[in-house]
Each structure stands twice: as structure tokens, then as C-alpha cells.
Write a protein that binds this ligand. Structure first.
Ligand code: ASP
Length: 611
């Protein structure tokens, strides 16, 4: 077999994916991996795979014996180069789909460039293999066409974005990875500074402060395919390091940011064969919450909420009345045409679901042909009240109304989750639809129970709406932000805002969230100073590239579109990161490991050294 050696004899001149019937009769040289070997006794078929596709190779002892002798010893994932004439497959044996399915090669030369040991998992079983194993052997996992296809799609989208932004006058500027804490509100990753013992860099949660600074520098339009770091608990669509398409514009308003972002999305989605038609729909935050109970509603199906609080306030049913009178809401969802088919069991299961997500319970009315079935509402409400609810719901005979009563925040949360469940369970989600939505007019601040103070909903550099500026001190909770989120099929894929560009307004915004002048100065002093040096009006947005690619590739996990992602616990099974640092490294950094029993003493020594 000769083990591995670099071929000088055969030079690749084609990729598998380039071959089709038009190449029949041509001598070609291919190189790649042995995907499958099928030994039929006499004939041996080898499926050769490279980054562009697969080609069937054949060896017959009576035809190309030398190659047959090599094929006999081939195993999956051996690396080979072959040369031969492209032939059409005999009639009836061509494979549909890939154009390479119509041709095959009886190579005249086959060189083994490298062998491969038995694999920890078969590549064609990849989907079923434990993800930890796939991540440990990521180089094998990425050989799977599904995975390499994802990387290619990611590349295409990134290139499309770069091309589009270039035509719109943006320049790509890189910003530091070792920097100061940024204001996105998540936990920072810290890196100790050897040259400045006791000081730490933070990895950027986003390039926010730098991109705003660039506007003040006169860079008119900036973008970056930017790596961001947030030390949060991980979920299927979160990673500790992720990539944003980060943009910032000078002299803009919301309209221009939205127009350019729509252009970015049109070109990105086109890479996946999806045609978007801007301008996209817009919904205020208040309407999104009020109608769908979510700031990222999935609009591939309707089931918008209907409100019955006015009827509830005037009725004699205590649960409804008390809720309505104490500032709560009574709202519901109408299921058209399900009155006869929805079973008691289904309604009970839905009731249990509503309770499981924090609701008080689910009331229902089913308007059948022969009268109403309800959760006892007929006993508590008068026929007129029932009629009034039916009218507000726009419901009629054959329809079902599902109702909850609670504080507005709970109604939104419970009914919002219930709506999604119903959409899925009743098969209402049209998977062929691509619903893009702008959610606008977010509140600038939100009261955080844990912190016991107002916090910026977006980040503290977001501008209030001009007509709400006067309320910054008197009624901060009702100040609306010049912020916007872009939502695709119920997933937030980006967000941004028009920024505050003068120092006085920035100080007022900081005071509203209880940030003292000193703290603000310490955290973002440089930006505050820069704001006083002729800052142009500016605004921007960031799109989550990983999440976008995940959705466009039809993947369930963000990890499937990242070459080397981390596990849920933030680890990389392939490189074994994170791992312990040697005591020499820690000494050099003047850092001691509290987990290390012996470190206490060492730590004291280090402390002495620092002081
Ligand atoms: N830096 C913001 C974020 O990461 C996006 C923006 O406001 O442009 O969410």
C-alpha cells in the first residue's frame, strides 16, 4: 500500500462536482476521500468525495486491473487521487439528482495519498451520533456534506453582505478584541494583563462603543463581521462567542437603517433561494405584545389576541370582574371552525398547559351548532355578555374562544406561549412562508425587579424619541426608544437603534438608570468625551449571523453552522478548552487559582509581590 505519500504523479485538474455528461470522453484527474467502497466480488465501486460532490469510480479486473488491485485495499476515508476517462453510466444505473450521477470513471491510475484509521463514527450516520462525539472529532463531522454545506452557505451569505454593504458605501473596520467592558448587559469574559498586573481586559460583548467612536472619527458608514463574547448560560441558539454583522451609519434616521438592513437581508436570503420583498411589515412593541404576547411574534400564522376587558369590567363573574377592575386584562384567542372537533380532553390539556406556564387557568366557549359548550361561563355570564364577547372576538357559530384573565404582563406571556403552542399543535404554521417583521417603539427603560431599578432595554446609548424626551425624568418608564428589532419567523435576528449623540442627553439617560457621573465616566469616559467633540447624529444595527445562517440552512442548532462551536457547558471537546493554566503562567500573570488548595499560600505571596 505504501502508506501516505504526497503524489507528484497525479495532479488534480477537476473537482467531482464539475463532472457531468458534457465531460464524457475527457481524461480527468480527481482527488478526494473514499466515501464508500462496494466490493461486488469482481467489480469494485468506490464513491469518491471532495468538497464539491461525489463521483462513482469503478474497477474491473478485466478492464483496469492495476487500479482494481489498489481498490481492493481501500477503506472509508482513505485519501486518493485517480485519473481516467469520464464515461456515461450504463442506462438504468444513473442516479437522479446530482449531475455527477450520470457519469462514472474507470480510472487508469489510482494513487493512495493517505490512509485513515477506523472512524469513531460513520459519516453517513452523523445525524444520529451523539453531538459530543461529533464535536470531539469535528474534522470528521465537517466532512459530512450537510455540515460542509452549512459552512459554504455561511460563506456565501457573508460574501453577499460584504458585496452589498460595499455598494452602499460602508467600509469594514476591525475593532479590538482585548478591550474594556462594553454595555450590552451580559457577563464579561476577562483576560488578565501580564504587563499591568491586577488589570483585566474584557472581551467585547459587541463593538458598540468602538463603532460609535468611529462615527465621531468621521468614518461615515462602518461595518464588521464582528466576533462578540458574552459569558451567559448557553442555549441551543446561543454561543459564548458569536458573530454579528455589525453596522453603524452617520447622519441617519431609522428609515435609512431599515432600508439598508432590508437590502442586506434580501441578498442574504437570496443565497438560500428565498425571495424577500421589502419593505417589511412593522409593528410597535405595544402592538406586538398586545396582539401576540411577544416582542418577536411569529407571523406565519394569525391567532391574534382579542380583548374582552371592557365586558369583564361590567360583568358579574368575579374572576373576570376583579381582574379587570384591578388593572388586569381579559383576553383570548379565537380558533375558527373548531367548535365541534375540539374535545374536552384537548381543552383540559390546554388548561393544564396554561397553568404550567404561569397562567391562572383557561376559560373557553365553543359555539357549536346546537348551542354553547363552555368552562361554566354560561353560569357566570349573561347571554348579552356572552354575545358581547363573541362580537369583540369576531367569532360565530363553529368557533372556539379561549380566554385568560390576569395582569397584563402575565396575559402577554401566557397567551403568547399558548399561541405558539396552538400554532404548532394545530398545524397552523406554514413552513413555506418567510415573515420578516420590524418591531419598533420599544420602551427605553424597563424596571428590573432583581436590580430594583430601571435598566436600558437596548443599551444606554439608545436615543429616546424626540416627543418623549421631556418624560426622561418625570415618567421614564413611558419613554419610547428609537430602537428597532428585526424578526424572522418568530426569531429575533437583529436589533439596533438611533443613538444619543450629545453629552447632555447621554447624562440624562445615565441618571435615569441610576448610573452616577463617576461610574459612567469610569465605564465609558472616552465615549462621553468624544460626544463633546462634534459627534454626528448616528445609529446602527447588528444582525446575528449565526442565528440567521442557522435558520436559512434549516438547522435546529446554532452549533451546526459554526465550524468549531462550544458545548452547552462552554467547552470545546476537540481542543479540550477551557483547561488549567500552569502555575508558571499564573505566576507571570500575578493571578492565583482559588480552587487550588495550595494556592492560598501562593496567592498571598503574589499579593505581596503586587503591593
Ligand atoms: N450593539 C448592539 C447589540 O449587540 C446592536 C446595536 O445597537 O447596533 O445588540
Amino acid at each position: 500500500m505504501g502508506g501516505s505519500r504526497v503524489s507528484l504523479k497525479l495532479r488534480r485538474d477537476h473537482r467531482c462536482g464539475q463532472l457531468g455528461l458534457d465531460k464524457v470522453g475527457q481524461t480527468v484527474c480527481l482527488a478526494g476521500w473514499v466515501n464508500v467502497v462496494r466490493d461486488l466480488g469482481g467489480l469494485i465501486f468506490v464513491e469518491l468525495r471532495d468538497s464539491t460532490g461525489k463521483v462513482q469510480l469503478a474497477a474491473d479486473p478485466n478492464k483496469n486491473k492495476e487500479v482494481h488491485d489498489v481498490f481492493v485495499n481501500l477503506k472509508n476515508e482513505y485519501v486518493i487521487a485517480v485519473s481516467g476517462v469520464v464515461t456515461a453510466r450504463p442506462e438504468g444505473t444513473s442516479k437522479d439528482g446530482a449531475q455527477t450521477g450520470a457519469i462514472e470513471l474507470y480510472p487508469t491510475v489510482c494513487e493512495v495519498l493517505n490512509t485513515a484509521k477506523p472512524l469513531p463514527f460513520q459519516l453517513d450516520q452523523g445525524e444520529k451520533v451523539d453531538e459530543a462525539l461529533r464535536l470531539k472529532y469535528r474534522y470528521l463531522d465537517l466532512r459530512r456534506p450537510e455540515m460542509s454545506g452549512n459552512l459554504i452557505m455561511r460563506h456565501r451569505i457573508t460574501q453577499a453582505v460584504r458585496r452589498y454593504l460595499d455598494t452602499e458605501g460602508f467600509i469594514e473596520v476591525e475593532t479590538p478584541i482585548l478591550c474594556k467592558a462594553t454595555p450590552e448587559g451580559a457577563r464579561d469574559f476577562l483576560v488578565p494583563s501580564r504587563l499591568n498586573p491586577g488589570s483585566w481586559y474584557a472581551l467585547p460583548q459587541s463593538p458598540q462603543l468602538f463603532k460609535q467612536t468611529l462615527m465621531i472619527s468621521g468614518v461615515d458608514r462602518y461595518y464588521q463581521v464582528a466576533r462578540c463574547f458574552r459569558d451567559e448560560d448557553l442555549r441551543a441558539d446561543r454561543q459564548p462567542e458569536f458573530t454579528q454583522i455589525d453596522m453603524e451609519f452617520s447622519f441617519v434616521d431609522e428609515e435609512e437603517v431599515m432600508r439598508v438592513t432590508e437590502g442586506v437581508l434580501v441578498d442574504s436570503f437570496a443565497c438560500a433561494g428565498i425571495e424577500l420583498k421589502p419593505p417589511f411589515r412593522r409593528l410597535s412593541y405595544a402592538d406586538a405584545m398586545g396582539l401576540y404576547g411577544s416582542d418577536k411574534p411569529d407571523l406565519r400564522f394569525d391567532l391574534a389576541f382579542k380583548e374582552f376587558t371592557s365586558v369583564a369590567k361590567a360583568c358579574s363573574f368575579k374572576v373576570f370582574k376583579d381582574t379587570a377592575e384591578s388593572g388586569g386584562q381579559v383576553k383570548g384567542i379565537v380558533l375558527p371552525g373548531l367548535a365541534e372537533s375540539v374535545s374536552r380532553k384537548m381543552l383540559d390539556t390546554w388548561g393544564d398547559y396554561v397553568k404550567s406556564v404561569g397562567g391562572k387557568g383557561l376559560a373557553y366557549m365553543c359555539f357549536g351548532k346546537d348551542g354553547m359548550r363552555s368552562s361554566g361561563l354560561d353560569k357566570h355570564l349573561s347571554p348579552e355578555e356572552i354575545e358581547a364577547i363573541k362580537k369583540l372576538a369576531g367569532a360565530g357559530v363553529g368557533d372556539v374562544i379561549l380566554i385568560v384573565a390576569d395582569k397584563p404582563k402575565n396575559v402577554a406571556n401566557v397567551l403568547g406561549r399558548f399561541r405558539l403552542k396552538l400554532g404548532e399543535e394545530l398545524g397552523l404554521i406554514d413552513e413555506t412562508r418567510h415573515e420578516l417583521l420590524w418591531v419598533v417603539d420599544f420602551p427605553l427603560f424597563e424596571y428590573d425587579e432583581e436590580e430594583g431599578r430601571l435598566m436600558a432595554v437596548h443599551h444606554p446609548f439608545t436615543s429616546p424619541r424626540v416627543e418623549d424626551m421631556d418624560k426622561l425624568e418625570s415618567d421614564a418608564e413611558n419613554v419610547r426608544a428609537r430602537a428597532y428589532d428585526i424578526v424572522y419567523n418568530g426569531c429575533e435576528i437583529g436589533g439596533g437603534s438611533i443613538r444619543i449623540h450629545n453629552q447632555e442627553m447621554q447624562s440624562r439617560a445615565f441618571s435615569a438608570i441610576g448610573l452616577t457621573r463617576e461610574t459612567a465616566q469610569e465605564k465609558f469616559g472616552f465615549l462621553l468625551e468624544a460626544l463633546e467633540s462634534g459627534a454626528p447624529p448616528h445609529g446602527g444595527i447588528a444582525l446575528g449571523l449565526d442565528r440567521m445562517v442557522m435558520l436559512l440552512c434549516g438547522c435546529k442548532s446554532i452549533r451546526d453552522v459554526i465550524a468549531f462551536p462550544k458545548t452547552q457547558s462552554g467547552a470545546c471537546p476537540m481542543t479540550s478548552a477551557p483547561s488549567a493554566a500552569s502555575s508558571e503562567q499564573l505566576d507571570e500573570l500575578k493571578v492565583y487559582n482559588k480552587l487550588d488548595k495550595a494556592a492560598g499560600a501562593k496567592g498571598e505571596k503574589v499579593a505581596e509581590k503586587i503591593s
